[in-house]
Design a protein around this ligand. Sequence first.
Ligand code: MN
Length: 503
Amino acid sequence: MNTDIFTPLEVWFVVGSQHLYGPETLEQVAADSQKIADGLNASGKLPVKVVLQPTVKSPEEVYNVCQAANAAPNCIGLVCWMHTFSPAKMWIAGLSALQKPFAQLHTQFNAEIPWSTIDMDFMNLNQTAHGGREFGFIGTRMKLGRKVIVGHWQDADVLARLDVWMRAAAAWHDAQGAKFARFGDNMREVAVTEGNKVSAQMQFGYSVNGYGVGDLVAVVNGVAESDVSELIAVYMDSYNVAPELQTGGNRHQSLRDAARIELGIRTFLEDGGFKGYTDTFEDLHGLKQLPGVASQRLMADGYGFGAEGDWKTAALLRAMKVMSVGLEGGTSFMEDYTYHFSPKGNKVLGAHMLEICPSIAAAKPSLEIHPLGIGGKEDPVRLVFDSQTGPAINATVIDLGARYRLLVNTVDVVPTDEPLPKLPVARALWTPHPNFQEGVAAWILAGGAHHTGYSLCLTAEHMEDFATMAGVEYLLIGENSTLADIKKELKWNDVYYHLGLGN
Ligand code: MN
């Protein structure tokens, strides 16, 4: 997935004022707003272009710009700024109608006070300090989820906060109307990967539908041998391919089968306009192997993926892929697999049966074939590698029945203590925050799934902004969390949502 996905998108910059100030001041407001919009676009720090709208000065103008934003297919949200005071009852109708995310940029055109020349004209033009509070009040009064970004618009930190919000808004935009395909149902008897797909569509905007594995098999079987050969050449260029899989090797046919499966799934997804999919080792009729390298490479191209029918993680991963575009590091489907208990520090070994995205690889992956203990199919071909190291997050969405919870744990990904020559899957080793014992206990008490979206390029802030846009519970297990506080937060959140968002 490349930055092309952001190219057509727009964030509308909506500046509030009022007629009280007269035309001269309003002209200055419009001119300053244009300079800010131009400055933001010229910064090179924002993934989505900022498009200035005419200054809004009345309830009708506010309402009209909000409705126009709703109808604009490429508008992913509003950034609102009050250059002057903008009486906020003017904003009620517009914000009530607004169906897109918004952020409040609490900034000021000038940076420092001009001590020797400041007069009341200057004061009346630069009223963010109190105009932004009036706007903030109505957002709070109306219980609207939004992000507030404070600071001078040229500050690196303000641009960083806007960058994060824009990425979350782009992912939210991408989810609206997105389609996810399921090949097979959930892994039998598994609880956490279940959920209400109708509720999810109402809450997150994406739809999830099932397709017969036979329908996929028909596409896989229809792939041309010449296309398989072309993809094998790509594999040879991209990975260290095990000799037994190479042309002339005694398992080369398995590589061709794997390539054919990748091409078949890819065609199915492209033809159907899907942004991700799930499969399950319990339902592979007609597929020779559980898709391994196929799912890994499709994830690398930005598709969401969830194993064992886990559609919530597939959709979450897709959102994380959109947010990640152009950033250093990688983003993958992940599972907390095995623990390392040691006096030198406890750690989690993350992996999956096969399906870890090579975008997180520290070095060129190896393409290998090994037996798979479950599923009853032929040995699957998979990419094997170690994850990059550094700060990362694990995120999960769980269905609590009456609501969704987006749970995030920040982690430190570390090198493995020793090589893992016998482990035939891609892996990552990490220490959860705030520490292993509290982090893992908090995750379990919060009902967090074993499957996650794992990212070395996103932060908890991306996920928090996304949760705010979705209107779902957000819970962070971070560096400063304590188990005692998390336990209380879980109870408070239950009360808050039981009361219906506190209304
Ligand atoms: Mn799994």
